[in-house]
Design a protein. Structure first.
Length: 465
């Protein structure tokens, strides 16, 4: 951690333009046709698509801080086709159903890019695909299995690369192979969130910021400043869901942290390559994610403190110095040339994790309550698909439309059990990630081609597999 590192401040993504001007909070009781709780990607996209489909709808968004304050303004900028829970949905509903879900996610990457262009949202989008890299024999075994699985779900345009071809794309130390998909793009997270909020307002959506919702009930969202009543109340709070009354154990707020370097000079990029600006991930158990930013920095993230006791969230993105050090060491393990580079910003955020690690979209037709989330870190694109699905579910329920391809996807109305109470929740999550880190260490030290039994056990206990 250099002396110049800014720790917190929401995220680096707000460093240039600052946080957006505040919108007025709710000032009393109100009514709407649809009230959306949460001003992140899910809530904003849902309002956008509902307003496009039915301009006469009165839609109100209630946001506790400002639009893009949470994961939508802090993530790694991966707009890609990954979705949490696909393999489980294949077991529950069949391979064909899960493949339809995957195809919808593939299409979603293009949908976001095209819509941002149509609405003149400049989010530094660059479609360079996604490169998943292996750096140990065990990671290479998992990579090949991962590649085969993705191909089996219809992703026939995915490419498997050997060590030489991988380093030709990005000069990663110790790379032994990779898998590349065109279904991905780099984005600037905060610019997308801010642009979406402005677009929604332009379409006539009412947005109240600095308005925390304390309780959601059928046909009403309750805040300290008044209650908004509507036939449909849609919960779009993802990693912040635990703060709502009665939802403490619904989705676990998993913590993830990021750092970003100073802009790197052209001669450094000549050494590193990365000319296609693909987003970068790996096959470690405690995985990393990175992007080359529009201003030629490297932003890289991973797990620091994975979970805070009692489902607490961070204070404006501030993260522990030890996490900044660990991420810096990870950066230089991938790119030894960057040893000593300035780390200008560090921050953290939370993402929503269901007990079975499955993203879901639900509308309870008896109560008018709906929700979407549990994206497990894949929310940049998934939030868009979830929003379009919520739109179709609301229109179907209100009689404005019938069933659609989206309303029949296998993640619709999926229910999961709640997380364990404390202290079991805290002990379990920290033990799992300690096991994953130890598994990564063993695989690196032993060069075994097989995933360690410790990691397999952690996967079973966590509910991931």
């Amino acid at each position: 951690m250099t002396r110049a590192t800014i720790n917190g401040g929401i995220s680096f993504w707000y460093a240039t333009d600052g946080t957006p001007p505040p919108r007025a909070p709710l000032t009393g009781d109100a009514t709407a046709d649809v009230v959306i709780v949460g001003g992140g990607y899910t809530g904003l996209w849902t309002a956008y698509y509902l307003k496009q489909a039915a301009p006469f709808l009165r839609i109100t968004i209630l946001e506790q801080k400002f639009c893009g304050y949470g994961a939508s303004g802090r993530n790694g900028g991966w707009l890609y086709n990954g979705i949490a829970g696909r393999d489980r949905y294949a077991k529950l509903h069949g391979h064909d159903a899960a493949q339809r879900l995957q195809q919808a996610m593939n299409d979603t990457v293009t949908e976001v890019i095209d819509t941002a262009g149509k609405e003149s949202i400049d989010a530094d989008i660059h479609r360079g695909g996604v490169l998943e890299v292996a750096r140990t024999p065990a990671q290479l075994t998992r990579l090949k299995a991962f590649h085969d699985t993705e191909t089996a779900y219809g992703e026939t345009d995915r490419i498997l690369l050997d060590a030489t071809d991988t380093r030709a794309r990005i000069n990663i130390a110790d790379a032994v192979g990779s898998s590349w998909t065109p279904h991905g793009a780099r984005i600037h997270p905060a610019k997308l969130a801010t642009g979406l909020a402005d677009t929604c307002e332009r379409l006539g959506v009412t947005i109240h910021e600095s308005t925390p919702v304390t309780e959601i009930a059928p046909k009403r969202a309750i805040t300290p400043y008044g209650t908004v009543r509507a036939p449909y109340v849609l919960r779009c709070t993802e990693g912040f869901t635990a703060a709502l009354k009665g939802h403490k154990r619904a989705w676990l707020p998993m913590n993830s942290s990021m750092i970003v370097t100073a802009p790197l000079p052209p001669e450094t990029w000549e050494q590193l390559g990365w000319t296609d600006r693909a987003t970068l991930g790996d096959m470690a158990h405690a995985y990393m994610y990175a992007q080359r930013t529009a201003d030629d920095r490297i932003a890289i993230g991973g797990r620091g403190v994975p979970y805070r006791y009692g489902s607490r969230t961070d204070n404006d993105g501030r993260t522990q110095p030890a996490t900044i050090t660990a991420l810096t060491e990870l950066l230089t393990a991938f790119f030894p040339q960057l040893t000593g580079v300035d780390i200008t910003h560090a921050w953290s955020g939370v993402l929503g994790v269901p007990r079975d690690w499955c993203a879901t979209v639900t509308l309870d037709r008896a109560t008018g309550l709906g929700w979407a989330g549990g994206y497990v870190g894949s929310g940049v694109a998934t939030a868009n698909l979830a929003a379009r699905t919520l739109r179709d579910l609301v229109q179907q329920d209100s009689g404005q439309a019938g069933p659609t391809e989206l309303t029949t996807l296998p993640w619709v109305n999926h229910r999961v059990r709640r997380w364990e109470p404390e202290p079991l929740r805290w002990l379990g999550v920290h033990a799992l990630y300690a096991a994953y880190r130890e598994a990564d260490r063993r695989e690196t030290a032993t060069h075994t081609p097989d995933t360690t039994p410790l990691a397999r056990l952690a996967d079973r206990l966590s509910g991931r597999h």
